[in-house]
Design a protein around this ligand. Structure first.
Ligand code: NAX
Length: 328
């Protein structure tokens, strides 16, 4: 039998965790023939609730679940892990300024980066879902000097999936007809969902829509503000869809993108498309043999240029703020 893949999940007792763990355990990332071992990191007061979740995992008798460990010590939980899904983060509390939020999360992602650097497996791949995801990934990456930068990423796949769903609904086609969707920039309200390179049934999506007003005033804000709309409707933030996107992101990273398609991932910029080198920003990427590459050579029109630059400027501000706090 195959050696289990060791997958760490932080914030495992939270609401995303409650959807995510069962999908991982049932083989949704690595397929039905690869056993997984879960390493679940939580803060001490959440360990009791996490024990309950582990009881439920046991009760599923998943054939692909080879073992579960839980704990509040990152150095123990990350020991030898191949994938780390960093979901646990500090949410913005009442009266909290952005600087406070970045600082509180720095207190989580700097030590987790250091722990990964010390004990993770050589092939470690890190996915940051916890917000502010891009800058949290930057903090973890900067605190793990021995892990190549390209092993760190942040989740913009949920935004990508939301954009595909909105476009498919607008054109009355199944989501499987939509290819080459792109989210650029930060996972925040400034993100830029770009359909100028997307294809629907093999045709250019922006041309198929043929309505710049819809793109600017309906599509982009609907995708960018979807998280807020879900909180408004559900009384809680998106959880199952965020877990599903985290699975999609990790599965694509492990097994590659389909021929003729790409996905959106926030990764360390090499300066492509004028995005400052070193920022963790969302790009169109293809993945092969576990390595992502930014899709090159796309023509960026003036409208897209302005949107990308605005979101990247926000990322640069966040980077400057965490640099001033000494977190990177
Ligand atoms: P919850 O508050 O339900 O769960 C978070 C869990 O993290 C809690 O159980 C908490 O105890 C734990 N935690 C806090 N500090 C920790 C630490 N130092 N080590 C380990 N665990 C720690 O939040 P949930 O709804 O699950 O969301 C988790 C994160 O995902 C939030 O930051 C949220 O903003 C973010 N999201 C990101 C999305 C994305 O697309 N990138 C979309 C969904 C979601 O908003």
């Amino acid at each position: 039998s195959t050696t289990p893949v060791k997958v760490a999940v932080t914030g495992a007792a939270g609401q995303i965790g409650y959807s995510l763990l069962f999908r991982i355990a049932s083989g949704a990332i690595f397929g039905p023939d690869t056993p997984v071992e879960l390493r679940l990191l939580e803060i001490t007061p959440a360990l009791k609730a996490l024990e309950g979740v582990v009881m439920e995992l046991d009760d599923c008798a998943f054939p692909t679940l080879a073992g579960v460990q839980i704990g509040d010590d990152a150095t123990k939980m990350f020991d030898g892990v191949n994938f780390a899904l960093l979901v646990g983060a500090r949410p913005r509390g009442p009266g909290m300024e952005r600087g406070d939020l970045l600082e509180a999360n720095g207190g989580i992602f700097a030590p987790q980066g250091k722990a990964l650097n010390e004990v993770a497996a050589d092939d470690i791949r890190v996915v940051v879902t916890g917000n502010p995801a891009n800058t949290n990934a930057l903090i973890a990456m900067s605190n793990a000097p021995d892990i190549p930068n390209e092993r760190f990423s942040a989740l913009t796949r949920l935004d990508h999936n939301r954009a595909i769903s909105q476009l498919a609904a607008k054109l009355g086609v199944p989501v499987t007809e939509v290819k080459k969707m792109t989210i650029w920039g930060n996972h925040s309200a400034t993100q830029y969902p770009d359909i100028f390179h997307a294809e629907v049934g093999g045709k250019n999506a922006a041309e198929a829509v043929g309505d710049q007003d819809w793109i600017e005033n309906t599509f982009i804000p609907t995708v960018a503000k979807r998280g807020a709309a879900i909180i408004e409707a559900r009384g809680a933030s998106s959880a199952a869809s965020a877990a599903s996107a985290t699975i999609d992101h990790a599965r694509t990273w492990a097994s590659g993108t389909a021929e003729g398609d790409w996905v959106s991932m926030s990764v360390c910029s090499d300066g492509s498309y004028g995005v400052q080198e070193g920022l963790v920003s969302s790009f169109p990427v293809t993945v092969k043999d576990g390595q992502w590459s930014i899709v090159q050579g796309l023509e960026i029109n003036d409208f897209s240029r302005g949107k990308i630059d605005a979101s990247v400027a926000e990322l640069a501000d966040e980077r400057d703020a965490v640099r001033q706090l000494g977190l990177i």
